[in-house]
Write a protein that binds this ligand. Structure first.
Ligand code: ADP
Ligand code: MG
Length: 749
């Protein structure tokens, strides 16, 4: 079909250039290089004088390098390269810039190897980035830059046109500049029969959207004459990217739906009915509605594939349990997969408690109509107990099996696995979901639950193969959580006030969580950074500070007068599993009053009596992690308080995250905020298979409308032509687009 795109690069640009491109960019085909799009475009006409750079805005400036120095950072691994630049426009007395010298500006790069190598004193370059402030003065962090010394003045060109002509900036490396990439691509464009390229977009769509023909789009994205040129080209490729991705997902959805599952119809008067009769509260409207959807889908002979999103505390577990009971009523088994041992054990306890007399402990054997055996299966169980649990799963005596990834191990089997519930999906990869799926004789029904609210488009993209339900209200009587940022930089005295505040809670009969970013005091290896990437903020932070650690804080609290006599216990991932569950049990039983832990308590843990959560060095955690954490308090009808403790100065960029968390308890709002602060690759990469996102032009938050339109189109296309036999161009683009890793992600299952 598009044989031209698969052609080796050397056939079009020569052996030498092809070798250079392969070495530095890893690109070997014509299509690969054609689709190596500029990251952004700079324009000579939009230059900002250094003396006038405005805070928090995107600026482009041309400047000369005065100095370049690099030092390693103490607080975390990496180096910081500081470059001072000037546009030679400084007038004496206007000391606006971060260097204190007129007409100069400090530009900082985190791990800026290319900046270190290229931005030598005397070089001219164009910089483009957002103006930030730290330590009271303005500067640029990690801006794009383009060395200008090679800029060939295009002779005879109208200066006004030249000023408007966009300069493409390619993702470059230290050895291969954007400028060189542009030259090679321009050679490629000259030697290609661009007009003979097939178009992966169906003609109806191209004309409906008034897209440029594919050949023109390639020309204009790489060599635009005006900003409108690259914008039109980019719109087309962005849509194409969305359509290819959504078609791949639609195809997988169609394949999943075409599989045959065992229908698990509700029983007239079974366990589920008995359970509903004994439920001590009424279901929320959302729980009832989602419950109805699940019940209907379980009764079909095609597998349910559903994502259930709901705020922390929205009552997802009951919804899942009711689905499990319907499956058990129909003679099948249900498995509940939890991300940690602590959580699995807790689910096991709370589900048995919730079931009350409907739960049976395995002594009777055989499937009874009036009770169900709930079995726990985790890696840390004593061998004999684990063997028994495995036997019960295999023989079908266990109706509900709750476990960690130990459930995925090869020697675990089921008699008739009808439903898999995956709790807190963000900890599980698709591979693990599929490993469990393969344990059923026929494709089982699948319910994935996540407490991290996911914006619609992310759900469409990351969980595009699942249908989505949302629980958007909390059960009545839920007490509010108030969150406060405790800034130790301004109020050092609050460092001890935290502990007297904890004492007040404990004296009132309640319990306290203290969360630390680290386990031990002197090793850095166990740092749990959460979603926190090195951000611009880290650049500003050069002073090393010892982060709060579980062992360090436990030690410190021993001598804390306010907490004299209070039972304190540590909990972290490196402890022996038996000790961990004992610690949890002691906390649940209200013997331990104050629990010092890492984020092991992040998900699902449910101790109603806990009312205060103190998060130390809270700036070390990501927004959604903080939101998850605080959801651990305020669960038992008692108002909850969350203290976000930080030593950062007010106004520090990382403190903005804390302010955002303190400002709202709306998880969806927070997750939008969170995603804005993170990079796209992290969103998709982490939730898929750990690989990097290969999305080039599509931004899941920004391009909601594009994604939604493409999803609609993809559904229509795949609905009418499931094998894409009549859409060879699109099918080829899907194959080409999905790298092997992604393909595995989409095809397995
Ligand atoms: P999630 O898993 O969504 O964070 P849970 O399922 O753990 O939430 O529910 C949190 C708490 O709310 C549990 O103690 C549960 O028993 C309780 N709960 C669930 N549904 C209701 C309801 N409709 N009314 C009152 N309490 C409820
Ligand atoms: Mg839960």
């Amino acid at each position: 079909m598009n044989a031209e795109l698969e052609l080796g690069l050397e056939r079009r640009i020569g052996k030498r250039s092809a070798a250079v491109i392969e070495k530095h960019l890893g690109v070997t085909t014509v299509g690969g290089l054609l689709n190596y799009f500029p990251r952004r475009y700079l324009s000579r006409g939009e230059l900002t004088p250094i003396n006038e750079v405005p805070l928090d805005e995107e600026v482009t400036l041309i400047a000369r390098v005065i100095s370049n120095s690099t030092r390693s950072m103490r607080a975390r691994r990496g180096s910081l390269t500081d470059v001072v630049i000037t546009d030679d426009a400084g007038s004496p007395g206007s000391a606006t810039a971060s260097t204190g010298l007129p007409g100069t500006l400090k530009v900082s790069f985190f791990n800026g190897f290319r900046a270190k190598a290229e931005l030598q004193p005397g070089r001219r370059a164009m910089f483009s980035g957002k103006v930030t402030r730290y330590g009271g003065s303005l500067g640029l962090t990690n801006p794009d830059f383009l060395l200008l010394d090679e800029d060939p003045d295009t002779p005879g060109m109208d200066p006004e046109k030249l000023a408007a002509m966009p300069i493409p900036v390619y993702p470059a490396t230290a050895k291969l500049t954007s400028w060189s990439i542009q030259k090679v691509i321009s050679t490629l464009l000259d030697t290609l029969e661009l007009d003979s390229l097939g178009d992966p977009l169906p003609a109806e769509i191209a004309s409906r959207e008034k897209f440029l023909p594919v050949a023109d789009a390639y020309r204009l994205i790489h060599a635009p004459q005006t900003p409108a040129d690259w914008q039109r080209a980019r719109d087309r490729f962005r849509y194409q990217e969305a359509l290819v991705l959504q078609s791949a997902l639609a195809r997988r959805r169609a394949q999943l739906a075409a599989e045959e599952a065992t229908a698990r119809r509700p029983a007239a008067d079974g366990l589920l009915a008995a359970f509903d009769r004994q439920l001590p509260f009424t279901l929320t409207a959302g729980q009832a509605a989602v419950g109805k959807t699940l019940s209907e889908e379980l009764a079909l002979d095609s597998p349910m594939n559903r994502l259930l999103q709901g705020e922390v505390g929205s009552g997802k577990t009951i919804v899942a349990l009711r689905a499990m009971l319907q499956v058990v009523d129909a003679g099948g088994q249900a498995a509940l997969l939890a991300p940690t041992e602590v959580l699995a054990a807790q689910h096991f306890d709370s589900i048995r408690r919730t079931l009350g007399p409907l739960s049976r402990d395995g002594l009777l054997g055989g499937l009874g109509p009036d009770s169900v055996q709930v079995t726990l299966l985790t890696g840390s169980m004593p061998t004999a107990a684990r063997k028994q649990a495995m036997l019960d799963a295999a023989a079908g005596t266990a109706g509900i099996v709750i476990g960690t990834h130990a459930l995925l191990s090869e020697n675990v089997s089921f008699y008739d696995l009808g439903l898999i519930v995956v709790d807190e999906q963000h900890r599980f990869g698709v591979e693990q979901r599929d490993a469990l799926r393969s344990k059923a004789n026929k494709p089982p029904h699948l319910l994935v639950m996540t407490a991290t609210p996911i914006p619609r488009t992310v759900a469409m993209t990351v969980f595009g193969d699942l249908e989505t339900s949302v629980l958007d209200e909390l059960p009545a009587g839920r007490a509010p959580i108030s969150t406060h940022v405790v800034g130790l930089a301004e109020h050092p005295a609050w460092a001890t006030r935290i502990w007297s505040r904890s004492r007040e809670e404990i004296d009132a009969g309640h319990q306290v969580y203290v969360v630390c970013p680290k386990i031990g005091t002197d090793d850095d290896g166990d740092f749990t950074p959460g979603e926190a990437e090195p951000t611009d903020a880290d650049l500003a932070e050069t002073g090393a500070r010892e982060l709060a650690s579980v062992t360090g804080v436990v030690e410190q609290l021993r001598d804390e007068p306010a907490l004299a006599g209070v039972p304190v216990a540590p909990l972290h991932g490196r402890q022996d599993p038996v000790l961990k569950s004992e610690t949890m049990a002691s906390f649940t039983a209200n013997r331990t009053k104050l629990l010092v832990s890492t984020t092991v308590i992040e998900v699902g843990v449910d101790v109603h009596n806990a009312t205060l959560m103190v998060i130390l060095d809270a700036d070390r955690f990501g927004i959604s992690q903080l939101h998850q954490l605080r959801g651990r308090v305020g669960r038992g009808g008692l108002p909850g308080t969350c203290l976000l403790v930080t030593t950062l100065e007010p106004g520090h960029p990382s403190r903005r995250r804390l302010d955002a968390v303190a400002a709202t308890t709306d998880g969806f709002e927070l997750s939008q905020e969170d995603l804005k602060l993170r990079r796209e690759g992290d969103i998709l990469g982490a939730s898929q298979s750990g690989g990097r996102s290969t999305l080039k032009l599509l931004r899941v938050l920004e391009h909601e409308d594009v994604i939604a339109r493409a999803r609609q189109d993809a559904q229509v296309i795949v609905g009418a032509d499931p094998d894409l036999a009549g859409h060879a161009g699109l099918a080829a683009a899907i194959d080409e687009y999905l790298n092997p890793e992604k393909e595995a992600f989409l095809e397995r299952g």
